[in-house]
Ligand binder design. Structure first.
Ligand code: HEC
Ligand code: HEC
Length: 278
């Protein structure tokens, strides 16, 4: 399945009031378990469940207030809760029929309490969790080729405007600094993949020592006990997590959020613009 097309389809779906398709999650399960994605399988599978962005957003903030503590900010697992983006239960869930009861009853024996949420709140959580799972699945390569012809249809000027304006790209990137020559480093489809899901993105981390001194660097290592970074001199430094405070900034999250924001025209225009940065 062609990713751009599915992006297009989402943007159409997002415009629709509420679209939850049970058939789709079944189809998805089968694609991800099939090792060699054939064209047929792909085209049968590719439309992820699409939820209205506002619902996903409200679910996301509820999730961050109540669940991130254990399941991680992006539902990808934390210190005391499993990765929900890999959860079979989530994959099998249709419109909240599995997630809802877990949230309402909790898993007290395992340390998850119950939550007394309204239907609407549960619907938001469900939308958020599925969206996170869909994104994670796509990132792992559930999505394949993009048509080269899709790259030829954008408008450079509109792309530049989106970059500087509505897209917010310019708040993090500059066409003459980090993105200078980007189109020589990646060609066509590869460039597009890199734009949609930057693969080499490293997270930044700021560590605050007990003395109050802060050190910022590129996150190199993190587990329950240790946080390690490469500092501005290129040196690796690490601390026991219990001894310091740390704050991680994964800017690539901005790219994940952008996925629900772009229209297909935005993507085409951006691609046309980026391709001028040689
Ligand atoms: C105190 C930590 C904690 C909090 C807070 C928490 N969970 Fe959990 N959650 C867990 C643990 C631990 C499990 C795994 C239970 C098990 O292994 O059966 C779990 C399991 C789940 C599962 C089932 C996953 C599966 O594959 O079986 C879902 C869905 C879930 N949590 C959603 C949520 C949501 C939504 C919230 C917030 C409203 C939340 N959790 C809050 C700890 C937590
Ligand atoms: C909040 C910050 C932020 C925003 C907003 C943002 N990006 Fe990024 N982007 C990043 C980070 C961080 C990386 C990873 C950088 C790296 O690995 O060199 C990245 C990577 C990229 C890459 C790949 C760069 C490379 O050298 O591999 C492209 C292309 C890109 N972004 C384009 C865009 C476009 C187009 C937009 C707007 C639609 C955008 N970004 C919005 C932070 C952001």
């Amino acid at each position: 399945m062609n990713f751009l097309r599915s992006a297009l389809r989402w943007s159409l779906l997002f415009a629709a009031p509420l679209l939850i398709s049970p058939a789709v999650s079944a189809a998805q399960t089968s694609t991800h378990s099939s090792p060699a994605p054939s064209r047929v399988k792909q085209s049968g599978a590719a439309v992820p469940e699409a939820y209205p962005p506002a619902l996903v957003q409200s679910g996301g903030s509820l999730f961050r207030q109540n669940c991130s503590f254990c399941h991680g900010r992006d539902a990808a697992g934390g210190e005391s809760g499993p990765d929900l983006t890999r959860s079979k239960l989530v994959t099998q869930d249709v419109g909240g029929d599995k997630i809802g009861p877990v949230v309402r009853n909790g898993r007290p024996a395992k340390g998850m309490r119950s939550f007394d949420f309204s239907e609407q709140q549960i619907a938001g959580l469900v939308a958020f969790i599925h969206t996170q799972q869909n994104t994670a699945l796509r990132r792992k390569g559930g999505r394949k080729g993009v048509d080269a012809s899709d790259l030829q249809t954008g408008n450079v000027e509109a792309g530049k405007q989106y970059f500087d304006g509505a897209g917010g790209c310019a708040t993090c990137h500059s066409p003459t600094v980090d993105l200078a020559g980007i189109a020589s480093r990646y060609q066509g489809l590869e460039l597009e993949e890199q734009m949609l899901y930057p693969k080499h993105a490293k997270s930044k981390v700021t560590v605050t020592l007990a003395s109050g001194q802060t050190i910022t660097g590129t996150l190199e290592y993190l587990d329950e006990f240790t946080v390690g970074l490469i500092d501005s001199t290129g040196a690796y430094r690490s601390w026991r997590t219990g001894d310091v405070q740390y704050k991680i900034d994964a800017p690539v999250n901005a790219h994940v959020e952008l996925l629900s924001k772009y229209t297909d025209a935005d993507i085409h225009n951006l691609m046309a613009y980026l391709q001028t940065l040689r």
